[in-house]
Ligand binder design. Structure first.
Ligand code: BV8
Ligand code: ZN
Length: 269
C-alpha cells in the first residue's frame, strides 16, 4: 500500500474521473458535517440524546413505545437543520450530474441538503426528516406544516397519528430504493463513498456490490472505515475540501492545493 501525501489526487483517479460515463456516489452524515450537521459516529463517539444512544431513540421499538419522544427527537433535529446550507461537497456533487452521462446519488442522509444544492433524483435510502407519514392511511405531509396534539401531529386526510418519514433501526427501507441503488451499483464504473462510517446495512453493501461488479472504488473520509481495505483509493480528508479537487486539472507541479488530504493507493495501478 502506498500513501501519497501533499493532497495529490492520483493521475489514475483523475483519468478515471474524466473518462467515466457511469458514476455512483454513496453519501453519509460526513458529507453534511461541514454544513454543521452532527455526525452519528466518528472520532470514537456515538450520538446520545437524553441519555439514549441514537440507535434506541431512532428505532422501530421506540416508535411503538413512545411516539411523542420520537417526535421530540426529530423536532430537535429539524430545529438544528433549519438554518443550515449545503457545503462545497454537496455543491460539487450537484455540478457533476451535468458532467457524467449517468450519475446516481444514493444517500443515507435525511437532511435534504443534496436537494437544496440542486441534486435531482436523489435515492434516499433512509427517508427525509422534512416529511411525515400517516400511520393509518400512509399519506405524506410536509413536516414544516405539522400541527401537534399532545406531542404527536395528526394526518390532514384521516386524522390518524403521523410519524417521521424516515427509516428507523429495525425497519425496512422504502420499497424499491435499495433495489434501484443496487442496480446502479452493478453497472457503475466509478463508485465514490463519501462521509459514511459504512456500518449500517443494507446501505453499506452498495459499495461492496459496486466493487464486486468491477467498479473503481474510492472512499473520502478523514477516518478509516470497515470499507477502506476494499477500496482502490482512500482519500483521507474532508469531503468539502477533497470533492471540489476531483474535477480540477492538476497544477504545474502536478498537485492540488490541499495539504491536508492524502491518498492511500490500496491496489497497484
Ligand atoms: C434493515 C435514519 C431489514 C434515522 C438511520 C446486527 C445487529 C443488529 C442489527 C443489525 C445487524 N446487522 C444489520 C442490522 C440492521 C441495522 C444495522 O445496520 N445496524 C448496524 C448499526 C449494526 N439496519 C437496519 O435496521 C436497517 N433496516 O436492516 O431492514 C430488517 C428489518 C427488520 C428486521 C430484520 C431486517 C435500517 C437502518 C436505517 C437506520 N436509520 N437513519 C435517523 O437518522 O434517526 S441510520 C444512521 O446511520 C444515519 O442516519 C445514517 O443514515 C446511517 C449511517 O450513518 P453514516 O451516514 O455513515 O454516519 P456516521 O455518523 O456513522 O459516520 C459519519 C462518517 O463521516 C464517519 O466515518 C466520519 O469519519 C465521517 N466524516 C466526518 N466528517 C467528515 C466525514 N467524512 C467526510 N467529510 C467530513 N467533513
Ligand atoms: Zn392519514
Amino acid at each position: 500500500m502506498r500513501t501519497i501525501r501533499e493532497g495529490l489526487v492520483s493521475e489514475e483517479l483523475q483519468r478515471r474521473f474524466h473518462e467515466a460515463h457511469s458514476v455512483l456516489i454513496l453519501t453519509g452524515a460526513g458529507v453534511s458535517a461541514e454544513s454543521g450537521v452532527p455526525t452519528f459516529r466518528g472520532g470514537g463517539d456515538s450520538t446520545v440524546w437524553r441519555g439514549m444512544p441514537f440507535e434506541i431513540i431512532s428505532s422501530a421499538g421506540m416508535l411503538q413505545r413512545d411516539l411523542p419522544a420520537v417526535w421530540e427527537w426529530f423536532n430537535y433535529r429539524r430545529g438544528k437543520l433549519e438554518a443550515l446550507k449545503p457545503n462545497p461537497a454537496h455543491e460539487a456533487i450537484a455540478r457533476w450530474q451535468d458532467v457524467f452521462k449517468e450519475l446516481s446519488l444514493v444517500t443515507q442522509n435525511i437532511d435534504g441538503l443534496h436537494q437544496m444544492a440542486g441534486s435531482r433524483n436523489v435515492i434516499e435510502l433512509h427517508g427525509n426528516v422534512w416529511r411525515a407519514r400517516c400511520l393509518d392511511c400512509g399519506a405524506r405531509s410536509n413536516a414544516r406544516d405539522l400541527r401537534f396534539d399532545r406531542g404527536v401531529p395528526l394526518c390532514f386526510d384521516c386524522g390518524g397519528a403521523l410519524r417521521p418519514d424516515v427509516v428507523l433501526f429495525g425497519e425496512m427501507l422504502p420499497t424499491g430504493a435499495f433495489e434501484l441503488a443496487a442496480v446502479k451499483a452493478e453497472s457503475c464504473e466509478l463508485c465514490l463513498v463519501v462521509g459514511t462510517s459504512a456500518v449500517v446495512y443494507p446501505a453499506a453493501s452498495i459499495p461492496e456490490i459496486a466493487r464486486a461488479a468491477g467498479a473503481f472504488l474510492v472512499e473520502v473520509n478523514p477516518e478509516r472505515t470497515p470499507l477502506s481495505d476494499l477500496c482502490d483509493e482512500v482519500l483521507t480528508g474532508r469531503a468539502g475540501e477533497i470533492l471540489p479537487l476531483l474535477c480540477q486539472q492538476p497544477n504545474r507541479e502536478g498537485g492540488h492545493d490541499a495539504s491536508y488530504a492524502s491518498i492511500e493507493r490500496m491496489r497497484p495501478c
